[in-house]
Write a protein that binds this ligand. Sequence first.
Ligand code: SF4
Length: 439
Amino acid sequence: MATTPAPKTFRVKSFGCQMNVYDGERMSELLAADGMSPALEGEDADLVVLNTCHIREKATEKVYSDIGRLRREDGSAPLIAVAGCVAQAEGEEIMSRAPSVKVVVGPQSYHRLPEMVADAAAGKRATETDMPAEAKFAALPKRRKSAPTAFLTVQEGCDKFCTYCVVPYTRGAEISRPFADLVEEAKLLVAGGAREITLLGQNVNAWTGEDDKGRSIGLDGLARVLAADPDLKRIRYTTSHPNDMTDGLIAAHGELEKLMPFLHLPVQAGSDRVLKAMNRSHTADSYLKLLERIRAARPDIALSGDFIVGFPGETTSEFEETLHLVDAVGYAQAFSFKYSARPGTPAATMPDHVPAVVMDERLQRLQAALNRDQLAFNQASVRKTCEVLVERKGKHPGQWLGKSPWLQSVHFTGEAEIGQIVTVKLVEAGPNSIAGQLV
Ligand code: SF4
C-alpha cells in the first residue's frame, strides 16, 4: 500500500446514538492531542473518520455510499477510517469492499486511532475490533473544553439480548466505568463549562460501582455525588431499561433537585406476546405499574419511549395493544421505527415478517398518536414559568435557544448568555418547541 503524508487535519462524522456522539467527541480530542487540527467548515480534511451506526437496515450500505462520496474530483481521497458499530460488525470486510478505507476500528478500541492512522499513512492497513472497554477509557486524554451540556459515558455494552438488537454483539457485555474516573471526568467537564451532564449508557441504569468509601452504589448514588458540585446544575441519564429502574433511582427522582424530571424508558411494544418474542423480559402491565411508581415519586416527570412496529408475527390486534399503551402513558416525546432485520440477530430468522406496506401504515398511526401527545404535553406547559439552560443563539436577533427541565426546546428573546440558567414564562406551544418570555 502506498505511503501518504501524515494527515494534518481531520473530520469526525458521527451517525446514530448519543453514545456515538460521545465517542466522536473523544476521537476528536484524541486526534487533536496527537497534533492534528479539526478541518474548518467546508475545508477538505486529510483524514475523515466515519463513526458508524448499525441499528437500522441498510446501515452498512449507507457506509459504503458515504465512503464513495469522499472521493475527490481528481480521483484522490482523504485517508478514510471507519469506526463505530458497523466497523465492529464488518471488520476487515470493509477494506475488501472499499479499498480506499485504510483504518477500521471498533467502539472499544478507538483509543488506538492515532497510531493506527500513523500506520496507515506509512502504508500499513490497520484493523482493530477487540473489546477492551476499560483500556479505552484509561487511554483517552483528559476532557478539556465543554459546551453547557455534555455527555458522560458511564456504562457500555448490554447483556439483555433483545432479539432484534445488534448492540450486545457490536458493543459487547455490560461494563460500568469506575466511580473515581466518572467523578473526575465530571469535574473536568464542569470546569470546562458544562452546567448539565447527561450520563450515557446502552443500559445506563445498570451502572453499579463502589464510592470512595467502598460502598456499593447504583446510578442514583452516582448522581447524588455528582450533584454535590455547586457548578453542576442539571443531571440527566439515557438510555434505561425498565428492569434496571431501582427503588433508589425512582426515589432520587423525587428527592434530588438536580436530577431533571425527564425519563427515556423504551418499551418497544404493547403486546406481551411480542415483548416476549423480543426478549424484553417485562410485560406491558409491569411497565405501566413501574411508570405509576415513577410518577408517584415525581408527578410532573416527562416520559419518553422507543417503539418498533411490525416485529415479526405482530398482528393487527397486537399493534392495537401498542396504541393502547401509548394512550395510557401520554408520552412527552418518543422515537418510533419500523422493524428492520439486523444480520445475526435471532429476530432476523423469525417467521411471519410483516409486509412493508403494513409497517408503513402502522408507523403512521403510531406517530400520529405520539405527535398528538407530544403537542398536548407542550400545550399543558403554557403559562408555566420554568428554568431554561441557555445552549446557543437562535437564528433571529436577540433570540436564545435552550431546554426546559422536561427537555423541551424553548426559544426566547432578551438578555442572556450561553451556559446561563434563566427563568422563562412559557407562552406558546408547538409540537417540537415552545416560545417563552424572559422573566
Ligand atoms: S436493552 Fe437496548 S441495547 Fe440492550 S439488547 Fe435491548 S435494545 Fe439492544
